[in-house]
Design a protein around this ligand. Structure first.
Ligand code: FEO
Length: 401
C-alpha cells in the first residue's frame, strides 16, 4: 500500500475496490472500481477527497506513508457523495486539518451526512483561488456534474485538473494511468460510466468543457479509475466527453426485449433482419441475460432503440418496465425508436412501449407491431418492416446531423 507520485510532490493515495459490482446502488461496475484521492505536499499540505468508508484503513495506510497524518493542513472535498467522503470523519479526527474546503452546496451535503458543526469548514466560490505555497488551487463549480455540490480543482503550476467524478471510469487495477491500457478497452469503460452516471447531465458537461477549455491541462486526475497524464490521453478523454455529451446519432441499433415463451424474442430477430436490410447493424439484448447498465453502455453506440415486450397483466414485463424507467431517467437524446411484442388476449404491451419511447423524445417512424400468440410469417414480416423503417429513419437522421 504505497502512495504513487503522479507529479513532483503530488501523490495518489486512494484505494482499489476489486469486488464492487454495485456502483452507487443502481449501476453495475463489472470490473470493480477505484476511489482516487490525492495529496499535494507544499507549504500547506492538501488532501483532495477520500474513499468509501470500508477502505478508510487502506487510504490512511497509504497516506501515512506519504506524510504524517497530522501534517495534512487542508482537506478539499470536491464532492460529498460517500464514495469520496466515506473516510472523512476518520480523516478529520486523525489529521485535525486547519481547513476543510468545499462548495457552498457541499456545506449542505456535509451537514446532512456528518456531525460537522465543530469542523473548520469553509465554502469556496466558483473561480476562487487558494494559495498553498509554491502552488495555487483554483476551484470551479461543476453543479449537477453530477450532484449540486460537485466541483473540480485546478493546479495551474502543475497543469493538473483533479476532476472528481467527471472523466471517471469503473476499473480496478494496479495500473494507474490511462496510457497503460488499450484505447479500445478504455473507451468501453468510459462509455459505460458516462451512460450510467453522467448522461442526464450532458448539457452541464458541454458547459464545463467550455469553462475549462481555457485552462492549460496536462494531466486529468479523476476520482474513479485511470489518470490521464499526457496531452494525448487528456485530448482523448476531452474528445470522448464532447462526443458523448453531443449524443450525435450513430448508425447502429439496440434491440432490447423480454419474452415469456420466445414469441417476442422471434420478433426481435425479425426486426434485426429488417435493420440489416436497411444497412444498419444491431445488437439484440435480452433482459434475461443483460443488466440494465450493460444495455445503457450499448446505447452509447446506438442511434436507435427497438423495445419488445409481451403483454403481461395488461402492461409490460417487469424487467422491461425497470429498463425503461432507468433509460428515461438517464435522458438519452436524438434517438429513433420502435416497439413490438406478442400477446395472448388483451395486447396493451407494444402500445405502452411505443408511448414510453415517444415520451423520451424518440422519433417513431412506424406504428408498433403486435402479434397474437406465436408470431407467424405475416407477423414476423411486419417486424421486419418495422426494423427496416427504423433503420431507414436512423440513416436519414445520421446523414442530416
Ligand atoms: Fe463517485 Fe458522485 O460519486
Amino acid at each position: 500500500m504505497q502512495p504513487v507520485e503522479i507529479k513532483k510532490d503530488i501523490f495518489w493515495v486512494g484505494a482499489v475496490d476489486y469486488d464492487n459490482r454495485d456502483f452507487h446502488g443502481y449501476s453495475l461496475s463489472p470490473e470493480g472500481t477505484t476511489y482516487n484521492a490525492y495529496l499535494i505536499k507544499d507549504e500547506k499540505n492538501v488532501l483532495f477527497d477520500s474513499v468509501s468508508k470500508a477502505f478508510t484503513g487502506v487510504m490512511l495506510c497509504r497516506l501515512a506513508k506519504a506524510i504524517p497524518l497530522e501534517k495534512v493542513d487542508y482537506i478539499v472535498c470536491n464532492h460529498l457523495e460517500l464514495d469520496h467522503a466515506g473516510a472523512l470523519s476518520e480523516l478529520v479526527a486523525r489529521c485535525k486539518p486547519e481547513k476543510i474546503f468545499c462548495s457552498q452546496m457541499g456545506v449542505q451535503s456535509m451537514q446532512g451526512y456528518f456531525d460537522c458543526k465543530d469542523w473548520p469548514v469553509q465554502a469556496v466560490k466558483n473561480g476562487e483561488i487558494l494559495r498553498i505555497g509554491s502552488r495555487a488551487i483554483q476551484f470551479f463549480e461543476t453543479r449537477m456534474l453530477h450532484w449540486p455540490d460537485s466541483m473540480v480543482s485546478y493546479i495551474p503550476e502543475d497543469k493538473l485538473l483533479i476532476s472528481n467524478d467527471a472523466f471517471g471510469q469503473n476499473i480496478s487495477s494496479t495500473v494507474r494511468y490511462a496510457d497503460e491500457v488499450s484505447e479500445e478497452s478504455l473507451l468501453g469503460v468510459v462509455e459505460e460510466y458516462y451512460y450510467n452516471i453522467v448522461l442526464p447531465y450532458s448539457p452541464q458537461v458541454t458547459s464545463a468543457l467550455k469553462a475549462l477549455g481555457g485552462l492549460d491541462i496536462e494531466m486529468i486526475a479523476p476520482d474513479h479509475g485511470l489518470i490521464f497524464r499526457d496531452k494525448k490521453s487528456v485530448g482523448f478523454i476531452l474528445d470522448a466527453y464532447a462526443r458523448l455529451a453531443e449524443q450525435k446519432p450513430r448508425k447502429r441499433a439496440l434491440i432490447v426485449y423480454d419474452s415469456m415463451w420466445h414469441s417476442t424474442e422471434k420478433m426481435a430477430y425479425a426486426a434485426a433482419s429488417g435493420l440489416e436490410e436497411a444497412g444498419v447493424p444491431s445488437r439484440i439484448m435480452s433482459l434475461k441475460h443483460n443488466h440494465h447498465s450493460h444495455v445503457m453502455a450499448e446505447l452509447s453506440r446506438c442511434g436507435a432503440v427497438l423495445a419488445g415486450s409481451p403483454t403481461h397483466n395488461n402492461g409490460i414485463m417487469p424487467a422491461m418496465a425497470a429498463m425503461l424507467t432507468y433509460m428515461k431517467g438517464l435522458r438519452p437524446k436524438n434517438r429513433v425508436g420502435g416497439a413490438f411484442g406478442s400477446y395472448g388476449w388483451s395486447g396493451e404491451g407494444p402500445k405502452l412501449l411505443h408511448e414510453w419511447l415517444e415520451s423520451m423524445g424518440m422519433e417513431m417512424p412506424a406504428p408498433f407491431v403486435k402479434t397474437q400468440w406465436a408470431p407467424g410469417h405475416e407477423g414476423l414480416g411486419r417486424c421486419h418492416a418495422l426494423g427496416k423503417a427504423v433503420g431507414e429513419a436512423l440513416t436519414a437522421k445520421v446523414n442530416m446531423f
